[in-house]
Design a binder for this molecule. Structure first.
Ligand code: SAM
Length: 206
């Protein structure tokens, strides 16, 4: 169910024992990663590359629980967040309301109509992390993924094509797509280059 738990908009199973899930930018598993010094070394940030001076904004078009968006913001990029699940959208809004000032100042959640309904400023990058059948190993992430799987459907090939075409059509300097290490590229379209890690990789389209 969705409700307020310790003043956070949260999801939990009434019969479950696990702690409720909420969006939080200031503590929890991600907190330790969120310093500018640490995020510089994240593969996601390396995949985003160096922006031109005037065009620093990154659109995270599949914001989910806002984890990657927070890394991007902490690395110094202004971030626009789009999320089409109304539940996750409301949880992101609540998380941002409680976010540390330095993050809240550079993160903007787009109204729920979906990113494609908005006119965009010039973008350095569009970041996409669409749903993909289970890939993460740690128990905590698994729990979060289970929630995401209930709230958001896997895109079919046609939706993948639409999403990637739309992102490229916004004409950013690059589009970065998070993929499980061994998966086909999104929409089966070959990226320009890849930044690979153990379980996941980032495909970069320029
Ligand atoms: C794997 S999750 C993203 C997790 C996110 N990167 C994070 O760090 O928390 C994918 C999310 O993309 C959203 N989504 C998928 N297609 C979308 C679209 N076309 N527009 C906006 N959100 C979309 C889903 O609702 C889901 O919340």
């Amino acid at each position: 169910m969705l409700g307020w738990h310790e003043e956070r908009l949260s999801l939990w199973r009434p019969e479950g024992r696990e702690s409720p899930l909420s969006v939080t930018f200031s503590d929890g598993k991600q907190g330790y990663r969120l310093t500018p010094e640490r995020v510089r070394h994240e593969r996601l940030i390396k995949a985003l590359g160096k922006p031109r001076e005037q065009t620093r904004t990154v659109l995270d078009a599949t914001a989910g629980l806002g984890r990657d968006a927070a890394l991007i913001a902490m690395a110094g990029f202004p971030v626009l967040l789009a999320e089409r699940s109304p539940i996750l959208h409301a949880m992101l809004a609540d998380g941002l309301r409680r976010a540390p000032t330095e993050l809240a100042a550079v993160m903007q959640l787009l109204p729920c109509a979906g990113a494609d309904a908005h006119s965009m400023p010039p973008l350095h990058a569009v970041y996409l992390d669409p749903m993909f059948p289970s890939r993460e190993k740690s128990a905590a992430v698994k729990k979060d993924l289970q929630w995401l799987q209930q709230l958001a459907a896997y895109p079919d090939h046609h939706e993948e094509v639409m999403l990637l075409e739309w992102a490229l059509g916004l004409d950013p300097q690059r589009v970065v797509v998070k993929r499980p290490g061994k998966a086909e590229p999104l929409a089966k379209r070959r990226p320009h280059h890849q930044i690979a890690g153990k379980a996941i990789r980032f495909d970069v389209y320029e």
